[in-house]
Design a protein around this ligand. Structure first.
Ligand code: ADP
Ligand code: ASP
Ligand code: MG
Length: 403
């Protein structure tokens, strides 16, 4: 007998028919003699709808109340799925995050899982019940509801799989695996049979929403193999696991992230300590900085540009404005009409010329690059937002056509 964790995303539980379909998958797994823990997201666009409802009432609602509200979405889908399983005649129980032992930090809206006390889940499995757990949520040390950040149900599933040493962790979604680019945007994208944790982590972090990046980080840490597959087609999916050197792909995928803004500090004195002053101020406010570009000093001054998450743009500008004088800067400019397009591949480390090929693809479409950043297994460029889809298309064509 195996312990199997199955996670179903919002589109997989969108309506009654889809919930019945999930109940079928879950009970077939159970019938084969397995222990099954199911993790569910909120139905369809419920989380977005709840956010919209909150904004109608209070645009500046506290994060605590937002979590109280958003955690409701998963409660609905978990109980409905349990009802569908009951109807099929199987023993089942649904549990909220706190009942399932999700102990998190207090960072409402982006709480981190400190530990999962799986004793209740274990007890229910011992009674031969299928256990349905709400994804995305937990409880902090004050006993308040927290949520893990958008897309966080994947991380809930992996956390259970890691804590309970599950034999298999399946992430069911609305596409049948991880593709070389978003298959909804790039018709020529192809499905990957296998992808390494490191590559999947980069892709997820760089905008491929198919997996929550923290779920991949956790899967790597605890060596949990993930299978990403469709709840609708029931075809074989993509396996995410430790890198197998023999299979290193030059490029495994292209990703795009629109949730980004560029900020430039113009005319700061060209002397030591300036970068330190700027970035330590941002860090102290929890503002995460991504690509950084510093110009060569000229006439005793230089410009420093960097990117932040779009929703941190205003806060960053406000913060920097209070320091422009101390920093000796002449102005702060910002632009959120930008997007970041990246390629990821473990093979590029040992293969020269990948960056040149990517830049050539952009040049052939006359797309201007504003910033570039590289690591061993990825190259990212910041470009104008209107060019985003064309850029992904051009780059994908360059690396994946004729394969
Ligand atoms: P769920 O609700 O099941 O969690 P998500 O919407 O979070 O599903 O993630 C699935 C979506 O991720 C797909 O519908 C697809 O459009 C998008 N996606 C982006 N990049 C990729 C990729 N490289 N491979 C597969 N899907 C991708
Ligand atoms: N329902 C949450 C969201 O929409 C969590 C998830 O779907 O994983 O972000
Ligand atoms: Mg998701």
């Amino acid at each position: 007998m195996s312990l199997i964790v199955q996670k179903f995303g919002g589109s997989s539980v969108r309506d009654a028919q889809r919930i019945e379909n999930v109940a079928d998958i879950v009970t077939s797994t159970y019938k084969e003699g397995n222990d099954v823990v199911v993790v569910v997201s909120a139905q369809g666009d419920t989380t977005d709808d709840l956010i919209a409802k909150a904004q109608e009432i209070n645009e500046k609602a506290s994060k605590r109340e937002m979590d109280m509200l958003l955690s409701a979405g998963e409660q609905i889908s978990a109980s409905l799925l349990a009802m569908a399983i009951e109807k099929l005649g199987y023993p089942v129980v649904s549990l909220l995050g706190w009942q399932a032992g999700f102990d998190t930090t207090s960072d409402y809206g982006s709480a981190r899982i400190k530990k999962v006390d799986a004793s209740r889940i274990r007890k229910e499995l011992d009674k031969h019940r299928i256990v349905v757990v709400t994804g995305f949520q937990g409880v902090n040390r004050y006993g308040d509801m927290t949520t893990l950040g958008r897309g966080g149900s994947d991380t809930s599933a992996v956390a259970i799989a890691a804590t309970m040493h599950a034999d298999l962790c399946q992430i069911y979604t609305d596409v049948d695996g991880v593709y070389t680019a978003d298959p909804r945007k790039i018709p020529g994208a192809t499905k990957l049979d296998v992808i390494s944790y490191d590559e999947m982590l980069e892709l997820a972090t760089l905008g491929a929403q198919v997996l929550h990046n923290r779920s991949v980080e956790m899967a790597k840490k605890y060596n949990i193999e993930l299978e990403v597959l469709s709840s609708l087609t029931r075809r074989k999916g993509t396996i995410v696991r430790e890198d197998n050197k023999m299979e290193k792909m030059l490029i495994s995928g292209v990703a795009k992230d629109d949730n980004i803004a560029r900020i430039s500090i113009i005319g700061v004195p060209d002397k030591p300590g300036l970068a330190f002053k700027i970035f330590s101020k941002l860090a102290s406010k929890g503002i995460n900085v991504d690509i950084i570009l510093q110009s060569i000093g000229r006439n005793g001054t230089k410009d420093i540009s960097f990117t932040v998450e779009k929703n941190k743009m205003e806060e960053t500008i406000e913060l920097l404005n209070t320091y422009t004088e101390t920093l000796g800067a002449s102005s702060i400019v910002s632009d959120d009409n930008v997007t970041k397009v990246s390629i990821v591949g473990a093979g590029m480390e040992s293969h020269p010329g990948v960056a040149a090929e990517m830049f050539e693809a952009l040049f052939t479409r006359n797309i201007n690059i504003q910033m570039i950043s590289t690591s061993e297994i990825k190259i990212s460029v910041l470009i104008h937002k209107v060019d985003g889809d064309r850029a992904v298309e051009a780059i994908h064509e360059k690396f994946f056509d004729n394969i």
